[in-house]
Design a protein around this ligand. Structure first.
Ligand code: GLN
Ligand code: ZN
Length: 761
């Protein structure tokens, strides 16, 4: 029984790739330096996996930016605006597609989007009529040679054509990227023919097979796979599916020319039976039994029982074991986490440890003596996790249990709350506000870093520094004439980690970086136990900020769904349960803020939409508990207290009714980049509460003019009645610099005044 992996984290345990990329972009290093770091990382990661007992390692999983962009380069599908004419896609063109060229009046980057339901972002391919394709990059072929020279048994990985087309967006409305199935195939065939000279297996990733597929997609998949298999012969194809179950696509995935199939048994253990029933006699099966999306140790005994059953049915020569998906989504090495609580640490496995687990499972399944001590250690870790008082908090359990059957709602319906809030808040028509954060300047970050180093000894100095930043933020907002103020979030490194550090049941890692996109990494907290809030988390800062002004100061919290989605969640209880626990902790914070005299509280739910399950049939269940958790977090306040929420996107068409059910008094959303999406959603469904469509795109340093912002507000007023409209930017300003933020907000306030004057006419 072979062990293998589908992909390994690229950035390196010390984020070497990030550093090399950023140095290269800043002109501090040449292409040779960057490629050297990249080569070192590849060979180090191959070695690491092989040394830990992985029999077959992937090649082609590495990327300088993104594997979907690599596929775009391989297919020569460079959009016209980058003026690519050369033979192969050079590094300059490659990074311009990823990041734009940054100059004035320049070409923009290609769009980014979430890779299935992960927090990894891929570069969205752009396909349109008349486009042609040709081999634009030999990177994969070169890396196969590199792997051979490194002496590892490597298998090339390609992103499959169906998934590629499915992830693409049309350049003109009405064009279907599937139209290009026939045009991209020859490039795939060319690559496979070349690969077939040197390898026996090629991994083709088709995670699209776990989605709802149209009839046309199903048909095209069949046709394409037949041709790919022919081109690859005598090498055979390992078709990799992950992130869910194959469902009705199982027959498709087991079609004859495919040599081996990989299935995700972590997300969808139930699919095993139907896969076994369809698997051909000459096909192998790769069991994705180790969680590639989460950091928990494998439950070895449970998985071994599964493996035994499959081996009993098809024989061990036809079985492989692997992580459920690429290990891209977990940090590299747990051994570096010396600051973690040792007990919690014993429950975890990062990418390197998951390779050890593969070896352990394979050895144990083969009955090798050497596996015994590893199995014992695995069992001991699970026993400790199940029984640990760090995991179970009876008070939290009782609180959640008491919620059963209870309806969570604000005390009065929105119309009444709105009337009361109008009276008490005394805001003008079209009130102006911002989303929470202000520029995280070098001074802000330095002050936080100093405090981290000094520990509690530096607390007084730290508090004074933060208060200084808050005073500055409040003064600027007064000067700008904004109506509802924020404290600016200088004390927050990250909107999730900040709260995770203060909630029981969470822990944060020192170095657990996971690639988010390109050189950007995030460090998701780990939820290991029942969640509660031992002490107020934000009250002192907000109280101080409110003391500096007569205008309403918004309290600022991160919502339960976002806390869950952007953390490594528990695998020993349903997400719904965890989410309700977090909601209760936030509910406590809300009460304390209200008691402290805060009249407006914003609860950010940036991740609500991306938490949507991949299959439509599961949406309802998710939305039900996600909305319930938000309501639980926010409903225990007086009618006078105004609840805001913020979401960083505007594709609401399919979930707008659910957003309404959250029943926030005010919602701010992203809109300036995609005005039309928003308008159609709100034409079809009248959002009943107040809403602030973002009228200033904070993702760019550009300062929008008064005329431009006024125009966006007027457009909004055609769809949403004026007494429900707020005026605000798209998102927080933490990535911006003060000069452009101030200039933009000046224009925003001026636009509000101009349109208000028109309302009075
Ligand atoms: N309040 C947060 C901020 O302004 C919201 C960030 C987000 O939605 N991503 O930074
Ligand atoms: Zn946002």
């Amino acid at each position: 029984m072979l062990t293998h992996t589908l992909g390994f984290p690229r950035v390196g345990a010390d984020r070497e790739l990030k550093k090399a990329l950023e140095a290269f972009w800043q002109g501090q290093g040449g292409e040779a330096d960057l490629q050297r770091v990249a080569r070192e990382l590849r060979s180090r990661h191959w070695r690491l996996q092989a040394d830990r007992g992985v029999d077959v390692v992937p090649v082609g999983d590495f990327s300088l930016y993104d594997h979907v962009l690599d596929t775009t380069a391989m297919l020569g599908a460079v959009p016209d605006r980058y003026g690519w004419r050369g033979d192969s896609v050079d590094l300059g063109t490659y990074f311009r597609m990823a990041r734009g060229d940054g100059g004035m009046g320049s070409v923009g980057a290609m769009e980014m989007s979430k890779w299935f339901d992960t927090n990894y972002h891929y570069i969205v391919p752009e396909l349109g009529p008349g486009q042609t394709f040709r081999l634009g990059s030999r990177t994969l072929l070169d890396q196969v040679d590199e792997a051979r020279a490194a002496g590892v048994r490597a298998r090339p990985v390609l992103l499959g054509p169906l998934t590629y087309l499915r992830l693409a967006k049309p350049t003109v409305e009405g064009f279907d990227p599937l139209e290009h199935a026939g045009a991209i195939l020859p490039v795939y065939e060319q690559v496979l023919r070349e690969l077939s000279r040197s390898v026996e297996w090629v991994q083709i990733d088709e995670p699209a097979l776990v989605l709802d597929l149209s009839e046309r997609e199903t048909l095209l998949f069949r046709l394409m796979q037949e041709r790919l298999a022919r081109a690859a012969a005598p090498a055979r194809i390992l078709l990799a599916t992950y992130f869910g179950g194959l469902g009705e696509n199982v027959a498709l995935a087991c079609m004859p020319p495919i040599g081996a199939l990989h299935v995700d048994l972590v997300r969808a253990p139930d699919q095993l039976e139907s896969v076994l029933a369809r698997l051909g006699a000459d096909q192998s099966l790769s069991l994705g039994v180790i969680d590639g999306r989460n950091i928990w140790r494998v439950a070895a005994d449970r998985v071994l029982a599964q493996i035994d059953r499959v081996v009993g049915k098809v024989g061990s020569e036809r079985v492989m074991i692997a992580p459920s998906c690429s290990l891209l989504h977990v940090p590299v090495d747990l051994d570096r986490e010396t600051g973690l609580d040792p007990e919690v640490r014993s429950w975890l496995a990062f990418a390197a440890q998951k390779c050890d687990e593969l070896r352990l499972l394979a050895d144990a399944a083969a009955g090798r003596e050497g596996a015994r001590s590893g199995l014992e250690a695995n069992r001991a870790a699970w026993r400790s996790r199940r029984a640990s008082p760090r995991v179970v908090d009876p008070r939290v359990r009782a609180r959640v249990a008491a919620l059963a059957g209870r309806k969570t709602a604000r005390r009065s319906p929105h119309a009444r709350r709105q009337a009361v809030q109008r009276l008490t808040l005394g805001l003008p028509a079209l009130p102006t506000t911002t989303i929470g954060s202000f520029p995280q300047t070098a001074a802000v970050r330095a002050a936080r870093a100093r405090f981290r180093q000094q520990g509690t000894g530096g607390a007084a100095e730290y508090t004074e520094a933060m208060r200084g930043f808050i005073r500055e933020a409040v003064a600027r907002q007064h000067e700008l004439g904004l109506d509802v103020l924020v404290h600016g979030e200088p004390e927050r490194n990250d909107m999730v980690e900040y709260f995770a550090e203060q909630m029981a049941g969470f822990c944060v890692t020192g170095n657990g970086w996971v690639q988010s996109y390109g050189s950007r990494c995030v460090k998701p907290p780990i939820i290991f136990g029942d969640v509660s809030r031992p002490a107020p988390m934000t009250v002192e800062w907000i109280r101080y900020a409110q003391s500096l002004t007569d205008r309403p100061m918004k309290g600022m919290l991160t919502g339960p769904v976002t806390m869950l989605c952007w953390s490594f969640a528990r695998d020993d209880q349903p997400d719904r349960e965890t989410c309700l626990q977090i909601a209760l902790a936030i509910r406590d914070e809300m009460s304390d803020l209200e008691q402290a005299g805060i009249r407006i509280i914003q609860v950010d739910e940036a991740a609500l939409r991306e938490g949507l399950p991949l299959r439509h049939a599961e949406w309802h269940d998710y939305l039900q508990w996600a909305v319930e958790a938000f309501r639980l977090a926010t409903s225990d306040v007086r009618d006078e207290t105004q609840i805001h929420t913020h979401m960083c996107y505007s594709e609401f068409n399919d979930i707008v009714e659910w957003i309404a059910r959250m029943d926030a008094d005010v919602i701010s959303i992203e809109a300036s980049r995609s005005k039309m999406d928003l308008l159609t959603a709100f034409q079809r469904f009248q959002y009943p509460n107040e809403i602030g469509p973002g009228v200033y795109d904070i993702h760019s340093p550009r300062v929008p003019s008064v005329a431009e912002i006024s125009q966006l507000v007027r457009q909004t007023l055609q769809v949403i009645p004026a007494d429900r409209v707020w005026i605000n930017p798209d998102c927080g300003l933490k990535t911006r610099a003060w000069p452009e933020a101030v200039a933009s907000l000046q224009n925003l306030v001026a636009a509000a005044k101009a349109v208000r004057a028109e309302l009075d006419e």
